[in-house]
Design a protein around this ligand. Structure first.
Ligand SMILES: [Zn+2]
Length: 81
């Protein structure tokens, strides 16, 4: 939904602006910290924050690990060639 006054794009369900960050998802993601509160466990806010917080906390940890694994397999491919 877009505001007719300022053209800001916002969610019509909770009134928040659409925010997104690479690797952290956006307002339409269920498990993103920016996700809409009405989209995932609307009646259980504490559980929602716990789940989204842990998903958010793990993403920055998994990214370097995935990068290291990628380069490791790449080096193995080059050596074993
Ligand atoms: Zn929303």
């Amino acid at each position: 939904m877009t505001c007719s006054q300022c053209n800001t794009n916002f969610c019509y369900r909770c009134g928040e602006r659409y925010r997104q960050l690479r690797f952290f998802g956006d307002h339409t993601s269920n498990l993103s910290i920016f996700g809409c509160k009405y989209r995932y466990l609307p009646e259980r806010p504490h559980l929602r924050r716990l789940v989204r917080g842990s998903v958010c906390g793990e993403t920055p940890l998994l990214l370097p690990l995935a990068t290291v694994l990628f380069f490791f397999s790449f080096i193995c491919l080059v050596i074993l060639k």
